[in-house]
Write a protein that binds this ligand. Structure first.
Ligand code: APR
Length: 165
């Protein structure tokens, strides 16, 4: 089941929350900063040990002080106008994150809108890609949660989800 909610992802007690990270996995602003603050310094230590993550791929760490058991860090593409492979890379983020969550035995996974903040990916286009991949995987989870940070983002997800029912 795909569920759309408006919430701060750091407060969710699901098996996995997904982080919109950067290639260095060194924390940052946006949702990345919020997740690192809530998880505590051990998260950065775990990320340092991993070393880094190429765009489109995903890596997993424990959630430490978070209610979520695991954090999957994925690196979305920076938007450069749409003809630099952005769509395929964004789809890879969702696919690789869900594959990693399955491998970990996770039953519930929550995603923010990867690349739709600092990285500038147009929200409607990013939402269609996210939901397309989630649809492929929804039967293999108890819940895939689209965690929207604003009412506007939630409206985009709700409308796109019902348009593709
Ligand atoms: N909970 C849920 N969603 C959030 C939260 C939160 N606490 N904080 C921000 N968001 C939303 C934003 O509104 C946006 O829709 O997450 C989405 C992704 O935005 P960013 O965090 O800016 O991520 P992204 O665009 O992928 O850029 C990644 O930002 O801070 C850096 O280290 C990060 O360099 C990387 C870059």
């Amino acid at each position: 089941m795909i569920k759309v909610i408006r919430a701060d992802i750091t407060g969710l007690s699901c098996d996995v929350i997904v982080n919109a990270a950067n290639q260095a996995l060194r924390g940052g602003g946006g949702v990345d900063g919020a997740i690192h603050r809530a998880a505590g310094p051990k998260l950065l230590e775990a990320c340092r040990k991993i070393g880094g993550c190429p765009t489109g791929e995903a890596r997993i760490t424990p959630g430490f002080k978070l209610a979520a058991k695991w954090v999957i860090h994925t690196v979305g593409p920076v938007w450069h106008g749409g003809d630099h492979g952005e769509a395929a890379l964004l789809a890879s983020c969702y696919r690789n994150s869900l594959e990693l969550a399955l491998h970990q035995g996770a039953r519930t996974v929550a995603f923010p809108g990867i690349s739709t903040g600092v990285y500038g990916y147009p929200k409607e286009q990013a939402c269609r890609i996210a939901l397309g991949i989630m649809r492929e995987y929804e039967d293999r989870f108890d819940g895939i949660i689209c965690c929207c940070f604003s009412d506007e983002d939630k409206r985009i997800y709700d409308e796109t989800l019902s348009a593709t029912d």
